[in-house]
Design a protein around this ligand. Structure first.
Ligand SMILES: [Zn+2]
Length: 483
C-alpha cells in the first residue's frame, strides 16, 4: 500500500462532511498522479460507529506508518490530524521519521515540509490556526460547498422552481407551467425575436408578474435553465455544479440565446455597466474607525466606501477636505523653521527607535527560546496534561509574534526617517510650485500625500487627519513599551 486517505468528522461540530473530504482527496490524488488505495474514516456521527475512541482509524493508520507501509497520505487539513498544537506536533514527528508525504487537500492549507525549519513552521501554523479563529469561516464555507456539490443545496432558485423547505432533504420542485413559459422564451429568441418582442408576447400570456425586458434578459442568461448552478463566495472564486433536475434547455441553446441577448442589449446599458475610472487619490489612507477597515474607492459611484458597515463618503467632498487641510498644513510648515525641526526630529527619533529595536530583538530571542523549551518539555511529558499546556504555548507564541510585529514596524520607521531629508527637499520644492488647491489636485498629489499624511480616520461624527511629521514619529517611539 502506498497512498491512503484519512477523513475525520467529530461529534462536536457539523463540519467537513466525509463526502467533501473524500471528494477533495480524490481530486488531489488525480492532480498528484496518485491512486488512493485505502481510506481511513473516523466518523463519530455515523451510526455504524460503536467505538468510544473517536480516532480509532487514525491509530490504525499510525501503526501502518510505523510498519513502513505508507508513502503518501491525503488529508483535508491539519485539524483533521490533531486537535491542538502538541498532538499535531507528535503526528508531524511520526510522519517525518517514516518519511510520509502528507498532502493537504483543502485549498488554502499550507504544505507540510521536513526541512530544518519545518518543525518550527508547523508549530507556528498550529498556533495560528488556534489563534485566528479562521477555521470557523472555512468550515461554514466547506459545508456550503459540500452541500452544493452533493446536490443537496442548489441555493436560491429562479422562476420556475421551488424548494420544499419542510422536507429535510429540501427537495427541488419544478413548476412545469412556469418552466414551459421560460422554454418558450428561449424558442422565441432562437427564432429571431428581440427581448422586447418576447416581453410583449409573454405579457399577453401570463399576468402573474410584471415582465420587464431587464428581468427577461436576466432569466434567459441564468445558467440554472441548462442545469448548471454557480455558488459564489466572498473571498474565493465561484464554483459550479451540474443539477440535472433543473435542466430545461441544452447547453448549445442556452449559449446561443445568451449571445443573442447580449448583442441586443441597449447601448445605454452597456455604458452603464462599465466601471467608472476615477482616480481615488486617497485610496490606502482612509480608515473606518468603527470597523477597522479601509474606505475603498467605488467603481460604480464617486464615493469612498467601507465594505463592512457600508458607510460612504462623497469622493469630491472628502478629497477636497483632506487636500485643503494638507495644503494649509504644508504652508504653515514652510513658513516656520521647519527644516531645522525636521532634522531635530530625525536625529532624536532615530536614536530612540534604535534603542527600542535593540531591546525588542533581545526580548524576541528569549521568547523564542522559551517557546522551544516549552514545546519539547510538553512532548517529553507524554501529553498527560495537554489541555492546559498547549494554551501556554499559544500564549508565548502570541507574545513572540507581537514582538516580531513591533520589530518590523520600528525597522520600517527607521528606514523612513533615513529617507526624510530627501523628502523634505522635495516637499519644499513642490510647495514653491503650488499656489492653490487646484494645483495640488492637478499635481501628482498621491506622492505628496504619501509623504505628508499618515491616515485619515473616519469616525462617527468627524474626520481625523493624522500627519506624519514632524512630531508624530517621536510620540510613537516613546509610546512603544516593551513588556
Ligand atoms: Zn465601517
Amino acid at each position: 500500500m502506498e497512498t491512503v486517505a484519512y477523513y475525520r468528522r467529530s461529534t462536536t461540530m457539523q463540519e467537513h462532511s466525509i463526502e467533501l473530504q473524500r471528494y477533495k482527496a480524490f481530486e488531489a490524488a488525480k492532480n498528484h498522479h496518485l491512486i488512493v488505495e485505502k481510506e481511513f474514516i473516523d466518523d463519530a456521527i455515523s451510526a455504524r460507529k460503536t467505538s468510544i475512541d473517536e480516532r480509532e482509524q487514525l491509530s490504525n493508520l499510525i501503526e501502518l506508518i510505523k510498519d513502513k507501509k505508507i508513502k503518501n497520505l491525503l488529508v483535508y487539513k491539519r485539524d483533521r490530524l490533531g486537535r491542538n498544537v502538541i498532538q499535531h506536533l507528535k503526528m508531524y514527528r511520526i510522519f517525518r521519521e517514516y518519511n510520509v508525504k502528507v498532502i493537504f487537500t483543502a485549498d488554502e492549507e499550507l504544505p507540510m515540509n521536513y526541512s530544518s525549519n519545518g518543525e518550527l513552521y508547523e508549530i507556528f501554523i498550529g498556533c495560528m490556526v488556534q489563534l485566528e479563529g479562521k477555521q470557523i469561516h472555512e468550515r461554514i464555507k466547506a459545508k456550503r460547498e459540500a452541500d452544493f456539490r452533493s446536490g443537496k443545496n442548489p441555493g436560491n432558485l429562479p422562476y420556475g422552481y421551488k424548494r420544499d423547505v419542510s422536507n429535510p432533504e429540501k427537495a427541488i420542485i419544478r413548476e412545469e407551467m412556469q418552466l414551459s413559459l421560460i422554454k418558450e422564451m428561449y424558442n422565441l429568441v432562437l427564432e429571431g425575436k428581440t427581448v422586447e418582442q418576447v416581453m410583449t408576447i409573454i405579457k399577453s400570456k401570463n399576468k402573474d408578474r410584471k415582465w420587464t425586458a431587464g428581468h427577461i434578459r436576466e432569466l434567459l442568461q441564468n445558467p440554472t435553465y441548462m442545469g448548471i448552478r454557480v455558488l459564489h463566495f466572498e473571498t474565493s472564486p465561484p464554483i459550479t455544479q451540474e443539477y440535472k433536475v433543473l435542466k430545461i434547455v441544452d447547453k448549445k441553446t442556452w449559449e446561443t440565446v445568451y449571445e443573442k441577448v447580449e448583442e441586443g442589449r441597449p447601448k445605454v446599458n452597456k455604458r452603464k455597466k462599465k466601471k467608472l475610472e476615477l482616480d481615488y487619490i486617497l485610496d490606502g489612507f482612509v480608515n473606518c474607525t468603527k470597523c477597522s477597515m479601509p474606505f475603498i474607492g467605488s467603481y460604480s459611484k464617486a464615493i469612498y466606501k467601507c465594505n463592512k458597515c457600508k458607510s460612504e463618503l462623497n469622493k469630491d467632498y472628502l478629497e477636497k477636505l483632506v487636500l485643503e487641510h494638507a495644503l494649509e498644513y504644508i504652508k504653515a510648515l514652510v513658513k516656520t523653521d521647519f527644516i531645522r525641526l525636521f532634522n531635530r526630529h530625525q536625529i532624536k527619533s532615530k536614536k530612540a527607535l534604535e534603542q527600542r529595536l535593540a531591546v525588542l530583538k533581545k526580548r524576541a530571542e528569549s521568547l523564542k527560546e522559551d517557546l522551544f523549551c516549552n514545546i519539547s518539555e510538553q512532548i517529553q511529558k507524554n501529553l498527560t496534561t495537554e489541555n492546559n499546556t498547549h494554551e501556554k504555548i499559544v500564549e508565548s507564541y502570541k507574545l513572540l509574534k507581537n514582538k516580531e510585529l513591533e520589530i518590523e514596524y520600528i525597522t520600517s520607521e527607521i528606514f523612513s526617517l533615513e529617507q526624510l531629508p530627501k523628502k523634505v527637499d522635495s516637499i519644499k520644492e513642490y510647495m514653491l510650485k503650488i499656489d492653490n488647491l487646484q494645483d495640488l489636485i492637478n499635481f501628482k498629489s498621491k506622492d505628496v500625500l504619501f509623504d505628508i499624511i499618515k491616515t485619515v480616520n473616519v469616525e462617527e461624527i468627524y474626520i481625523d487627519l493624522v500627519y506624519k511629521y514632524p512630531f508624530s514619529g517621536i510620540k510613537e517611539a516613546h509610546l512603544l513599551g516593551v513588556k
